[in-house]
Design a protein around this ligand. Sequence first.
Ligand SMILES: *Cc1c(COP(=O)(O)O)cnc(C)c1O
Length: 393
Amino acid sequence: MRELAAEHGTPLYVTDLDRVAENCARLRAAFPDAEVRYAAKAHTGRAVLETVRAAGVDAECASAGEVRRALDAGFPGGRLHYTAVNPPARDLDLVVEWWTEHPDLTITVGARDTLDRLADRGFDGRVCVRVNPGVGAGHHEKVRTGAAAKFGVPADRAAAVVAEARERFDAVGVHAHAGSGIHGEEDLAAHRELVARMGDLAREVGDLEYVDAGGGFGVPYRESDPALDLQAVADATREALGDVDAALAVEPGRYVVADAGVLLTAVNTVKPTADTTVAGVDAGMTDLLRPAMYGAYHAIRNLDADAGRERAPVTVAGPICETGDTFCDGRDLPTPRRGDLLAVGNAGAYGYEMASTYNSRPRPAEASLAGDLLRERETLDGVTRLERGGSVE
Ligand SMILES: *Cc1c(COP(=O)(O)O)cnc(C)c1O
């Protein structure tokens, strides 16, 4: 890690592609007869997508941009699913255009009128209907999608919309996603309920290729969190689905990449205060938004402190003028020194992906654990390019 930070600078995301492949293999083993689809929005980096493709996991895309990335990473249309949530016209235009060359791709619609919008564009391919099952789960209010009106066709209209989709298109599946970060008994119960309702729907409408039970498999962010019992989730999913004449599909994102990434950041300022020692670091909420956005916990390790270093309450804070720009507050950590290198753990999912240029901060670089530069650090020119007619480079 120190070598990578020295070579590429900080803040730096480091991604372990072998770990991505292992996570894919573990998913395929736990769901042996299911279609496993990677929800690409967790990390759309080219190297990650290529690793996922090589590991035999398909791609679930949330936008035209993600579909483009998946195609560029070599996913054939038959392994590509576009889940259209209130899809912008431009996204539908692009995806339908690409569909003409990749006619096996599937579009998942979450509103009846998306069928009209697809037909208007000449689409008559594979369609899946996203259902709002009325149950949600997940690590934070903001990511519990299952019951939010925004997502999916209301359950009481789902069968009618599937019937309509079948008349006009090739209706291949039904889909629901409870939310993100399912971990623990309560979430699992909600997941089971969702899957059971999907099983009922599949039996009602019949003649489907698959029932997609969504993603949301949690990962242990706290050192004290137990690992997710993936086999238990898989068994519960199968059992809840019941007997259906269709394949099961699951679409985890976080599970594939979260523990394959860390964010390296350097301590630039050390400030003792009455309650805590503030370690001012060069990464901020613009590099890793989860703590500010969800109050998320990420393990932090001081890679330069040996076991003998005294410990104290430490607040690791970024360079942005927002209170939320804080990775931890008063956490028991080795007393920081200027120049220390910190690693923020489990940063592989929704990490780089949610990075922004707020405060005119260029986005960080990303390297593979093996040492390859996967994404260059953004430059200041890059940040301001669009105001100058995009003329730079
Ligand atoms: C985000 C998302 C997922 C993946 O969620 P994770 O928590 O990352 O596993 C799966 N399906 C859909 C439709 C999503 O929007």
